[in-house]
Every structure is written in C-alpha cells, then in structure tokens.
Design a protein around this ligand. Sequence first.
Ligand SMILES: Cc1cc2nc3c(=O)[nH]c(=O)nc-3n(C[C@H](O)[C@H](O)[C@H](O)COP(=O)(O)O)c2cc1C
Length: 171
Amino acid sequence: MKVLVSAASRHGSTAEIAEAIGDTLRSRGFEVTVAPPDDVGALSAFDAVVLGSAVYTGRWLEPAIGLARRVGTDIAGRPVWLFSSGPVGDPSRKLVQQMGADPVDMPAVLKASGATEHKMFPGKLDRHDVRGLQRAAFLFFPGIEGDFRDWQPIREWAGSIADQLQAAPVA
Ligand SMILES: Cc1cc2nc3c(=O)[nH]c(=O)nc-3n(C[C@H](O)[C@H](O)[C@H](O)COP(=O)(O)O)c2cc1C
C-alpha cells in the first residue's frame, strides 16, 4: 500500500515531523513517499495520504491547503489524516493553549480533503527564523523559543494510522 506523507513547512521543523511519520509507516511495511506539497505530482498512485502544515497566525500554509483540495478532488474517498505543528512554549500557559486551538481554516481543510481527523503537535521556534517586528514576540512572550516537538506522540499517532490502514486495507 502506497502512502503519501506531505507537509508544508517554512523553517523545516514540520518537514521533520513528516519524515518521522514516514519512518514509522515504513517500519510498518508501507511504501512511503515523503515530499513537500509543491513537489507532489499525480496523486492517483497513492492509497492514503497524511498531510500536515506548520501554523502561522492561526492558519495553514497555502501549499498544504492547495494539496488538501487536490486530494479531495483527485483521490476522493481514500483515507486522509491531517496534522498541524504550531504551539511553542510551556503548554501550561494560556497563550500556548490558545495557539493549540485548531487553525481557523481547519473546518474548510477537513471538508476539502475528506479527512476525518486533525491532530495538533507542538512545534519549534528559532529566534533566527523570526524577522522584523515579529521579534518583539520574544520580549512579550518569554519562553516561546525552543524545540517543543515531542516525538513519542508523533510516532504513536503514525502507528495508529498504520493500525487503521492494516485493519481496513484499501481495495
Ligand atoms: C510569526 C509566527 C507566527 C506563528 N503563529 C502561530 C500560530 O498562530 N499558532 C501556532 O500554533 N503556532 C504559531 N507559530 C509557531 C510555528 O507554527 C512553529 O514555530 C512551527 O513549528 C514552525 O514550523 P516550520 O519550522 O515547519 O515552519 C508561529 C510562529 C511564527 C514565527
């Protein structure tokens, strides 16, 4: 069974989550392609799709939204899972919990792609990736810089996708 894992990423940390998901699926015996949305050609070869995006100012990145639409039209009916990477900082803080809310475009992305599930994972923020006025965020919100990705839940989620695919193989 061929699975596409694709994620839109500005600074690489969400792309690394896609790689980790791909590795777990490969270890479970699936034929996996990991590629950024803009590099994904014909979808017809894929039996299932895992699609993700980094979240910026509450939204998915455009290339991921575009691929979600293509998935919903080109391979409608095949299983699709969505993930986002975003919240940075101490998860007990209110601001971080607010960041962890679903991106505003998620209802539309779920509908367009035909996915039934969306999972949010903590992200990574590097001071050097933030330019101009946005750097003020580090003054107002101390503790948001760092790598907050937690690989265990990411691998577990990928494992649950493998379980679901193996329980109900695509015809
Ligand atoms: C300008 C800016 C805006 C952001 N807005 C959000 C947001 O609204 N919600 C969220 O959860 N994370 C937000 N983040 C955090 C990023 O989603 C996080 O750093 C993510 O891991 C980046 O992924 P990437 O390395 O793949 O680009 C923001 C980061 C920056 C620099």
